[in-house]
Design a protein around this ligand. Structure first.
Ligand code: BGC
Length: 481
């Protein structure tokens, strides 16, 4: 049982480790927090905001595990000043947020909505007044519903390029770093291929054009931001997961290679190398949609970048044979039509999502990026990393989340050590780490059942309660020399 006394000794321990970690962070290493518009803003019907595909998706019964939606979420649309004060008091250097495309262009095209611009003007003013450097994501999954066909439609890439130009013109003087697209892999795989995310109509291999169009949209957005002469750095964020076969069987190795291509390389190779990966038999034909794209598109996608954003959460263990639609991750009939499935990492502790907590795989991700992309890899930011747990506010008004502290401390140390002289990823120019997330929020298909925040949010009252991990990170940051 937790008593005030043993609570104190646990907290002394993590305070001590915080100072140690703060002292070993390299000078200039950026520590920030990250959020996304749809997951925190709410205000879904305010200020002329249009509908996104996620508003439409969450309104359909059975899509979100707890039947919730994000029309209020963490009410950040109204409480942004309180939230930025929390980021300031944390001592964080930077804050990664996303612009809600449908708040700014309700129909996904045409002039910017003045109310939407006003909201982000106020947010940026607040951040700059707090001394926090803004990193802005242009697209974090909330495709305007009015863009019919979403990313399966090539025209969406053009619309996104136009949007990027207007955003560059409106905010280009105040943003330190721009991320064009967040995790095109998740949009393609969870969204268009499996249908467990919006738009929810599983296309399996038919989803590949949505990958290409997002990547094309990325290239067009980089060009547009440069044309708008923004002062900030420009990059993309891909989610990376190091992949291992579940056994020595040859078929497991073959499907692990396939999964690596689908999850990692389809998205990183064209951006960094200007080409799509190719697969050997028996899967050589599945990427045909990508093999046949216009070569000029690859030139557009392969833009010089100022940084490469990596979201890292977990490794993947892959075995031959189709998945099981009744598995927790697999509420998708489409999984039963794939030639592989994921297997658990039984040897590691897990997060609320059942994701293995194993920081060595973050080191492995950085090594893999260096080995695969060499000089083509720009400076790297880890633009997201974090863990969900079933956090509760206890009778002392505190949220005891030591497991999150362990996760974050382990991963930040692993990353910093990996890129240090003689480390396993020596040569990668790692510039910073953004914790996902500042606040508990709407966790997509998991609704409000998974809490990732450094700050607890009571979604009934909207009360914010900094967790122990917040206090811990505050001490880490204060201990920097
Ligand atoms: C996404 C976030 C999400 C987090 C945890 C990342 O894939 O960018 O929006 O909340 O993972 O699932």
């Amino acid at each position: 049982m937790t008593t005030p006394n043993n609570r104190r000794s646990a907290s002394n321990d993590w305070q001590h480790r915080a100072a140690e970690l703060g002292e070993r962070l390299p000078s200039g290493f950026v520590v920030g927090t990250a959020t996304a518009a749809f997951q925190i803003e709410g205000g879904a019907r305010e200020g002329g905001r249009g509908e996104s595909v996620w508003d439409w998706f969450t309104a359909q019964p059975g899509r979100i595990v707890d039947g919730s939606n994000a029309s209020v979420a963490a009410d950040h649309y109204h409480r942004y000043a309180e939230d930025i004060a929390l980021a300031r008091d944390l001592g964080s250097d930077a804050y990664r947020f996303s612009f809600a495309w449908p708040r700014l262009q309700p129909d996904g095209r045409g002039a910017l909505n003045r109310n939407g611009v006003g909201f982000y003007d106020r947010l940026l003013d607040e951040l700059l007044a707090a001394g926090i450097r803004p990193m802005a994501t242009l697209f974090h999954w909330d495709t305007p519903l009015a863009l019919r066909g979403g990313w399966l439609n090539r025209d969406t890439a053009q619309r996104f390029g136009d949007f990027a130009f207007l955003m560059g013109e409106a905010f280009g003087d105040r943003i330190d770093a721009w991320v064009t697209i967040n995790e095109p892999a998740t949009v393609t795989l969870n969204g268009y291929a499996l249908g467990i995310h919006a738009p929810g109509e599983p296309q399996l291999w038919g989803a590949l054009p949505s990958a290409h169009h997002q990547l094309l949209g990325h290239g067009l957005a980089v060009q547009a931001l440069r044309a708008a002469d923004v002062r900030g750095q420009i990059g993309i964020t891909n989610v990376h997961s190091p992949v291992q076969p579940a056994s020595d069987r040859e078929m497991d190795a073959v499907v692990a290679g396939l999964f690596d291509v689908l999850h990692n390389r389809i998205f990183a190779d064209p951006v960094l190398l200007g080409r799509y990966p190719v697969l050997d038999e028996p899967f050589d034909s599945v990427l045909r949609a990508l093999a046949e794209v216009d070569p000029d598109d690859l030139v557009t996608i392969h833009q010089p970048l100022d940084f490469y954003g990596v979201n890292y959460y977990l490794p993947s263990r892959v075995a031959a044979g189709s998945g099981d639609a009744s598995s927790p991750d697999g509420r998708a009939e489409a999984l039963t039509r794939l030639p592989f499935h994921l297997e658990p990492f039984g040897e590691h502790p897990v997060t609320g999502f059942g994701w293995p907590i194993a920081p060595e795989y973050l080191s492995a991700t950085l090594t893999e990026l260096r080995d695969r992309y060499g000089d083509a890899l720009p400076p790297v930011f880890i633009t997201e990393g974090g863990a969900s747990f079933a956090d509760v506010v206890d009778e002392y008004g505190e949220v005891d989340d030591l497991a999150r502290i362990d996760y974050l401390a382990g991963h930040i140390v692993a990353a910093v050590d990996a890129v240090s002289a003689g480390g396993v990823a020596d040569g990668v120019d790692l510039r910073g780490y953004f914790v996902w997330s500042l606040l508990d929020n709407f966790e997509w298909a998991a609704g409000y059942t998974q809490r990732f925040g450094l700050v607890h949010v009571d979604f009934q009252t909207q009360k914010r309660t900094p967790k122990q991990s917040y206090r811990w990170l505050q001490r880490v940051l204060a201990a920097r020399s």
